[in-house]
Design a protein around this ligand. Structure first.
Ligand code: ADP
Ligand code: MG
Length: 702
């Protein structure tokens, strides 16, 4: 089995092992320098690679190739071309040159571009990203060679997730290298950001799913009364896997392993029907591509098992939603993790400097982190006592907070709080050293041992935005640090002063308490930390002068690109809420209201029939129910009319930002107002008449 697993892993990837085997030594060497040191790639080298890549793919049955890219729709896009080319006498040859490897030309105006491209100037290019390996996808379409690519407009503006991510990785590498060299590590030639995203998801039965228009169109339930049992017993989290789920996970792992994805951990999550998958971390670019593939495979494999995988942030009201924990660190090509505190963090000056850099960056640009984790679905999750609040703060834990406090006070941290030993009081159980710090689940940006864990990220979103932001804001701070330190006469004294002043200026960002508590919201306000409850509130952060100055200076986004992204965000928000509102209108008018009317008819005939059968008999139960049902029915009808009216008003607005704000301020509350009476009716109306599966059926069926 182990033998087989090692053979299976990466079997569909044109990875470095395959390339080393198949490519001439000098070609492989040149490619490695591009991948690991960021050198530019010679077109002649690309020609050799294209030929081998084609041979390798054809040997494995590939008929088509595609440039696989990540436009700003949030999902991946591809256009398939077959390898065939005409040959004399009615025959074909199989062709794939470096031109096809390096460049593709999808229509840029058909993807979100926030005004960067007009329909009449449609040209856009996909360009090969050799730092993320090509892979084979096997599905009903056969075998397809997928080439990870970046997607830009004719004018070179980024129209995708990958381009800014690669730029941000270069930015943080540039600045981190300067700092590392100042500490004497001259052998380091490259600093990479490592990312490990943990992915949460729900599984529901496909038959149930198909009966829920809301799940089909919006990914979440827009109606649904709470089931008698939710997650209060905490019996699902880490519970043993049900057979059907286990067999799903088994196949999912196999698919992911074939793609060279280090799927490592799997378990049940807090809510019923909720699960998690975590891969082992890798470089940010690959981790982002892999996360897209994980989401894609999760959905595809689910269908093969008669299941539907829900990646929405809040598929069910009243139970936990899904997120993505983005674990992030900086690692050198010599294998040094720059966020590893070592045994004595209080004496590890280099670590403390990088720690200070991250804290300063987070404090300076909390609003950008917030928008990097914003999508319409996440609005239902952040700040709802199940996920971090919409306020950004940093958790350091007891040990490091104490170190920071000493540094701020005296400029030196002389002592270190230790975790001590874990003693259970049972002789036969081993005694071991405890971590220096407990965990805090409520923190949006937590230091967890040797990495930071950004826990706000939305489950259905690409992790690119989050990492673009973290990389760039940290690059900015590291640049400031390097500028100071490179010109200092006394390096040791300068580092010492810098750590002290940075921590002092940014200590307000540290919060180790309960992030779910209302007191924190008030405390954060006193500290002047931004609280941006919804996506719409967070979008303006992208185009502040401060943000534009930083992103342009670091070479990650131009001002035009930022403006286009803000515009796309407004558009995404308005469209998502509009679809939700229309789905609600449709479900209420064609499913719920007719069902309730049927129920009132049954009640009314019951009243009449019982009275006829036996004059003077007590029918107060039926009449009471009839009155209550009819009251709620009227409330639902009024709410429905109101929602219709407001949705039409929203759609009449032209300006993207105004429209999004109107959806948020007026349409969202109107949707809530419609949901309320319908959910109440669900608890009253005869179950047999209820037109859609209930929460209990969806959450506890597997
Ligand atoms: P937990 O969230 O319970 O602490 P783990 O410690 O297993 O879980 O790590 C969660 C994720 O963090 C995994 O994907 C893991 O690979 C990743 N991770 C661990 N170390 C690093 C690192 N230095 N940089 C980035 N990600 C990391
Ligand atoms: Mg975690």
């Amino acid at each position: 089995m182990t033998e087989k697993l090692t053979e299976l892993f990466g079997s569909n990837v044109f990875n470095e092992t395959v390339m080393e085997e198949r490519l001439p030594a000098e070609t492989f060497q040149a490619l490695k320098e591009t991948i690991h040191q960021g050198k530019s790639l010679d077109p002649k080298v690309a020609e050799v690679i294209a030929k081998e890549m084609k041979e390798w793919a054809l040997e494995r049955g590939a008929t088509h190739y595609t440039h696989w890219f990540q436009p700003l729709t949030g999902i991946t896009a591809e256009k398939h071309d077959s390898f065939i080319a005409p040959a004399p006498k009615g025959r074909i040859m199989l062709e794939f040159s470096s031109r096809e490897l390096i460049k593709g030309e999808p229509d840029a105006s058909s993807f979100p571009n926030g005004g960067l491209r007009a329909t009449f100037e449609a040209r856009g290019y996909t360009t090969w990203d050799c730092t993320s390996p090509a892979f084979l996808r096997e599905d009903a379409a056969g075998v397809t060679l997928c080439i990870p690519t970046a997607f830009c407009s004719y004018t070179g503006d980024a129209l995708d997730m990958k381009t800014p991510l690669l730029r941000s990785m270069e930015a943080v590498n540039r600045q981190a290298l300067r700092v590392v060299h100042l500490f004497g590590h001259k052998d380091v030639t490259h600093v990479e950001c490592s990312v490990g995203p943990e992915q949460e998801y729900f599984l529901v039965d496909q038959k149930t799913f198909k009966k829920r228009e809301d799940l089909i169109f919006t990914g979440r339930t827009l109606f649904g009364a709470k089931p008698p049992k939710g997650q209060e017993m905490d019996d699902h989290y880490f519970g043993s896997l049900k057979e059907r789920v286990a067999s799903y996970m088994k196949e999912l792992n196999q698919e992911l392993w074939k793609l060279g994805i280090l799927a490592k951990t799997q378990h049940n999550e807090a809510a019923p029907a909720q699960h998690e998958l975590a891969p082992i971390y890798t470089t940010a670019n690959m981790a982002t591509d892999h996360n897209q593939l994980i989401m894609e495979c999760m959905k595809k494999v689910a269908k093969r098992h008669g299941l539907e995988c829900l990646l929405h942030e809040k598929p069910f009201a009243g139970v936990n939603g899904s997120g993505k924990h983005n674990n992030w660190s900086l690692v050198t090509d010599t294998g040094m993790n720059l966020l590893n505190p070592g045994k004595t963090p209080n004496e590890n000056i280099q670590f403390l400097l990088f720690l200070a850099a991250v804290m300063e960056a987070v404090d300076n640009h909390a609003d950008l982190l917030r928008i990097s984790a914003a999508n319409p679905g996440n609005d239902h999750r952040l700040g709802a006592n199940e996920a971090p609040p919409a306020i950004i703060s940093v958790f350091l834990g007891e040990q490091l907070t104490d170190v920071v406090a000493q540094l701020i006070e005296t400029g030196e941290a002389k002592h270190l709080k230790r975790g001590g030993k874990l003693d259970t009081g049972v002789n036969t159980l081993p005694i071991f050293g405890r971590d220096g710090t407990d965990r805090n689940r409520t923190s949006p940006f937590a230091f967890t041992g040797n990495k930071f864990e950004f826990r706000m990220v939305a489950s259905s979103m690409s992790v690119a935005d989050a990492n673009v932001t973290i990389n760039t804001i940290v690059a900015e701070t590291l640049e400031r640090f390097a500028d100071i330190l490179e010109t200092a006469d006394d390096f040791d004294q300068a580092v010492h002063d810098l750590i002290k002043s940075s921590l002092t200026d940014h200590q307000r960002i540290i919060f180790n308490g309960n992030g779910y508590a209302q007191e924190w919201v008030e405390e954060a306000q006193r500290r002047g930390l931004p609280n941006l409850p919804s996506m719409v509130d967070a979008i303006p952060a992208l185009t502040t002068e401060k943000a534009i100055a930083m992103f342009t200076h670091q070479g990650v986004f131009s001002a035009a690109e930022l403006k286009s992204r803000a515009e796309i965000d407004y558009e995404i928000y308005a469209k998502a809420v509009n679809i939700e509102a229309r789905t609600m209108i449709d479900m209420a008018s064609t499913l719920y209201i007719p069902a309730v009317i049927r129920f009132t008819r049954e009640l009314a005939s019951s009243v009449n029939e019982v009275k006829t059968a036996c004059g003077g008999i007590d029918v107060s139960v039926q009449t009471g129910l009839l009155r209550k049902t009819s009251g709620l029915l009227a409330e639902a009808q009024a709410a429905l009319e109101n929602l219709r009216k407001l949705d039409a008003e929203a759609n009449a607005l032209i300006a993207g930002d105004e429209k999004a704000r109107f959806f948020r301020a007026s349409v969202c509350p109107a949707m809530e107002a419609l949901r309320k009476p319908i959910d109440e009716l669900e608890m009253i109306v005869d179950r047999k008449l209820w037109p859609v599966p209930t929460y209990a059926e969806m959450l506890f069926e597997l």
